[in-house]
Design a protein around this ligand. Structure first.
Ligand code: SF4
Length: 348
């Protein structure tokens, strides 16, 4: 793949970041590897506005990597509740344990070593190395791929490894050489992708947002291809899934069940999916809809008020009062459902 020369790209992006980029995000202060790592993982599939609050709460609960390594994975999942993509939380916990056990609690500075840690990909490893240790390394997350692809008019399928390999090589060539510039440049790429050259309605396509500093050099803009790059790949098949929730309530307590370690919401607490009472006195509540990446869930809740507790429940089931239940690792629809206080207050 050939890349045309875009004059002063690196220099102009650095100046733009210093003048117009983001400087007050909580993870931009005191950039230790732990803080940068945590923010990078949280930001992978969650919006900045949500991460800002959750990041501070997470740090309050687990102020350093040792504090995170020594708790149970259930505690980490509980703190992660509602953020989705729970593999991230499980990997955070595993990674913290490796850093404590193998690196005496200090994240390595070498991107190749960072990349071997659980849940850390090549771009995240580079971000930690740049921001925490001033190591010269290139980032290439989804936003940066889009920015570089548009600027250099790359209309290849970016799900193919050959195209991504070329972009990595190009991203490395663009790096500035001094550590100070490196931090502004890397932050600049992130800021530019998040606020300027966004997936939908980038600045150059929305006149009210002002002008893009690269409008006269951007290949996608010059060739009228902004909406075509990056190339849209085939839509993923979305599966419709029906699920039942059995909401057993007895004297202010609700029966919850820990889900298996694989599959949807692995290791989190939810409602039993079978009618354990084997009676027909359940009340059908409104269907809950929830969208996951590959699945659309249609959940039918059945409410059952019990006059006596079950004699036997499974090892993965437990009775909780509402307050304790809300402290568990819960998928978002389950916590929202539990918080619908009418259900609980009206009935127990
Ligand atoms: S001109 Fe448009 S597509 Fe090109 S870098 Fe600027 S915002 Fe992105």
């Amino acid at each position: 793949m050939k890349f045309v020369e875009i004059k002063n790209f690196t220099k102009d992006l650095i100046s733009w970041q210093r003048e117009q980029g983001r400087h007050h995000l909580p993870w931009q202060k005191n950039r230790t590897a732990y803080r940068v790592w945590l923010s990078e993982i949280m930001l992978q599939q969650t919006q900045v506005s949500t991460v800002i609050d959750r990041y501070q709460l997470f740090l309050k609960r687990f102020p350093n990597v040792r504090a995170l390594a020594e708790v149970s994975v259930d505690d980490v999942l509980a703190e992660w509740s509602g953020m989705g993509y729970y593999t991230r939380a499980r990997n955070l916990h595993k990674c913290a344990q490796v850093v404590v056990n193998e690196y005496d609690g200090n994240f390595p500075s070498d991107p190749e070593l960072l990349e071997r840690l659980p849940g850390i990909g090549k771009s995240t490893a580079a971000a930690i190395a740049v921001f925490s240790y001033g190591v010269r390394a290139a980032i290439l997350d989804g936003n940066v791929k889009r920015v570089l692809a548009r600027l250099w008019g790359v209309d290849a399928d970016l799900s193919k490894s050959a195209a991504v390999k070329s972009l990595w090589a190009h991203a490395e060539q663009l790096l500035p050489s001094t550590p100070d510039d490196l931090v502004s440049y890397t932050q600049g790429l992130m800021d530019f992708g998040a606020t300027h050259c966004t997936q939908y309605q980038p600045v150059c396509m929305s006149p009210d947002k002002g002008a893009c500093l690269f409008r006269n050099r951007c290949q996608a803009k010059l060739n009228n291809q902004v909406e075509l790059i990056p190339l849209k790949i085939k839509k993923i098949n979305v599966q419709q899934v029906h699920m039942d929730w059995w909401i057993f309530i007895y004297k202010g307590k609700i029966l919850l069940e820990k889900r298996p370690e694989t599959g949807i919401w692995a290791g989190l607490w939810s409602f039993p999916e079978q009618n354990l009472s084997h009676k027909n006195n359940a009340e059908k509540l409104n269907v809950v809809k929830h969208v996951l990446t590959h699945r659309h869930l249609n959940i039918q809740p059945h409410k059952v008020l019990l006059s006596a507790q079950f004699k036997k429940i499974n090892a993965n089931q437990e009775w909780f009062n509402l307050r304790d239940a809300l402290k568990l690792g819960l998928p978002k629809p389950v916590s929202s459902f539990l918080k619908s206080l009418d259900l609980i207050h009206g009935d127990v």
